[in-house]
Ligand binder design. Structure first.
Ligand code: NAD
Length: 497
């Protein structure tokens, strides 16, 4: 079989660069994402009174599937490799994104599936963890080819029972979005004619295909809510040398895709932070006065790159952005970006992990000892799966949120305002009136549910951190919380047969 030269060359280059980034050693500790996740699991597990056999079962990936299939390109064949891992079945269905990237491997997908398990437990959504990936650079394929790849990958998952509303429910991740999810749900539907719940086989779908308001931006929204919550505890940010209050803080964003863009946009427009630098795969830009996120997004759309944005300076290397002096660094691109080879150059006081696994375990330890506050991925980027849970529930009930109650709530609010004004003879404060009369539509309900989830999960993590003297940081506390919840689920279920 032959295939496009560019595609093969780029894949080799991506794998080489991944190996270079992912295998930095510190005192002999190799740091692939999977090793990092396992190390962090072990660190937390060592503090818990849970049977070692049960801990092994929680840590191990239950199930993994690897598939190869060809697509035709002119007279040639391009061989495609796909994966799906199911990490834990303590709750069903299992849930997790599908990633399109040349660096995808079975090992990476297994590690990401484990993160999904812990993430779901932390934000208390009733799923086990899963993850999928197709080893392609989407930029190398036409839309028609991407549709064929996506549909064939979905068909392969269906054949092996790795896809379905009560079995395994994918969502978007790096390199995929609502478009791919629509192709997958349509493929699933074609294989299951007459089945009523097919829409719930995938989340992150376009709204008209059973998607939910707020899902596209949910992970970035969750990142904003998580950062806000951390800043609402003065003690937490002051310990990292940061003055209380999010307004005016300097922020660097790595990865201006779905998560990075939305997190940056909400933090800038609603919390008044100053985005001083943005990094992308082809370079990074800096403007200490602040970068207007929406203008940058328009520039990126028009030119195909963030580089050359008016008023900004281009940094020599994209990774230079990681080493800028700032209050808050938000890595929102890839794993293993901060490792023992570069961690000494990091000057951020707080790192908010929007991406999965951006800091290796060894670098994490180094930063902790330096007093840097890390808001960990398994908590911070759980907004996506939280809103996916809302979407999945909506698909199973076949009813959108707010439909039954919105009108009634408005009537009640109007009656209440009328009564208060009649009794007091005074007009209600316009802000209070607006709050009472605000529309309880789907987006408002989704954002409210997401904010509540991010706030209460941070508080659960923080409580555990304060209560257990050997638990040293938010990451360890997050893992401990997840492990305890999963262990309890296993203990409640017992073992079959
Ligand atoms: P995306 O593909 O929309 O965006 C990723 C961005 O990072 C792209 O713009 C890409 O060009 C850029 N990028 C790639 N290599 C880079 C490099 N070396 N330096 C700087 N930028 C680079 O993906 P996304 O959905 O925003 O996901 C980003 C991260 O967030 C991933 O780690 C993903 O697993 C995680 N995540 C995503 C979701 C979600 O709902 N999309 C949920 C949870 C976690």
């Amino acid at each position: 079989m032959s295939s496009s030269r560019t595609w093969q060359d780029r894949r080799t280059a991506a794998l080489k660069s991944k190996k270079k980034n992912g295998s930095k050693k510190s005192g002999g500790a190799a740091t692939s994402l999977r090793e990092n996740v396992d190390l962090q699991f072990d660190r937390a597990a060592a503090q818990l009174r849970i049977h070692p056999g049960l801990l092994r079962q929680i840590k191990v990936c239950n199930n993994a599937y690897s598939v190869q299939f060809p697509i035709k390109r002119g007279k040639d064949y391009v061989l495609i490799q796909g994966f799906r891992a199911e990490h834990s079945h303590h709750l069903k269905p299992v849930k997790g994104g599908i990633r399109y990237s040349e660096a995808v491997s079975l090992e990476e997908v297994m590690a990401l599936a484990a993160l999904m398990t812990y993430k779901c437990a932390i934000v208390d959504v009733p799923f086990g963890g899963s993850k999928g990936g197709v080893c392609i650079n989407p930029r190398d394929f036409s839309q028609r080819e991407l549709e064929r790849i996506t549909r064939r990958y979905a068909a392969e998952l269906i054949k092996k029972d790795f896809l379905g509303p009560h079995v395994n429910v994918p969502a978007p991740d790096m390199g995929t979005g609502a478009r791919e999810m629509a192709w997958i749900v349509d493929t699933y539907d074609a294989f299951h004619p007459g089945v009523p719940d097919t829409q719930a086989a995938v989340t992150g779908k376009p709204y008209q295909q059973g998607g939910i308001r707020g899902r596209v931006e949910a992970t970035g929204r969750g990142v904003q809510f998580g950062i806000r919550e951390a800043f609402s505890h003065d003690e937490d940010v002051q310990a990292a040398g940061v003055k209380p209050g999010l307004g005016g803080k300097t922020v660097v964003i790595q990865g201006f895709g779905n998560v990075g863009y939305h997190a940056a946009k909400f933090l800038q427009t609603e919390d008044d932070v100053r985005i001083i630098a943005v990094a992308e795969w082809d370079g990074a830009i800096l403007d200490p006065k602040g970068i207007d996120v929406d203008k940058l997004a328009r520039h990126q759309k028009r030119t195909g790159s963030i580089l050359g944005f008016p008023g900004s300076k281009t940094l020599e290397r994209s990774t230079d952005a990681l080493f800028l002096d700032c209050d808050l660094l938000v890595p929102a691109a890839l794993e293993n970006q901060i490792h023992m080879g570069n961690v000494r150059r990091v000057r951020a006081k707080i790192i908010a992990e929007a991406a999965n696994g951006p800091v290796t375990a060894a670098a994490d330890e180094y930063l902790r000892q330096r007093g840097v506050l890390i808001i960990p991925d398994i908590y911070l980027n759980a907004g996506g799966v939280t809103v996916s849970y809302f979407e999945w529930s909506k698909n199973l009930t076949h009813m959108h949120y707010g439909r039954m109650s919105r009108h009634l709530e408005n009537l009640e609010a109007e009656t209440f305002i009328h009564q208060v004004e009649a009794l007091t003879g005074k007009k209600l404060d316009p802000r209070a009136r607006k709050t009472l009369l605000r529309s309880h539509d789907e987006l408002a309900l989704v954002n409210s549910g997401l904010e509540d989830t991010m706030r209460s999960s941070y508080r659960d993590i923080r409580k555990l951190l304060k209560r257990r003297k050997n638990v040293e940081d938010l990451r360890m506390a997050s893992y401990a919380l997840a492990i305890e919840r999963i262990a309890q689920a296993y203990l409640d279920l017992g073992i079959f047969p």
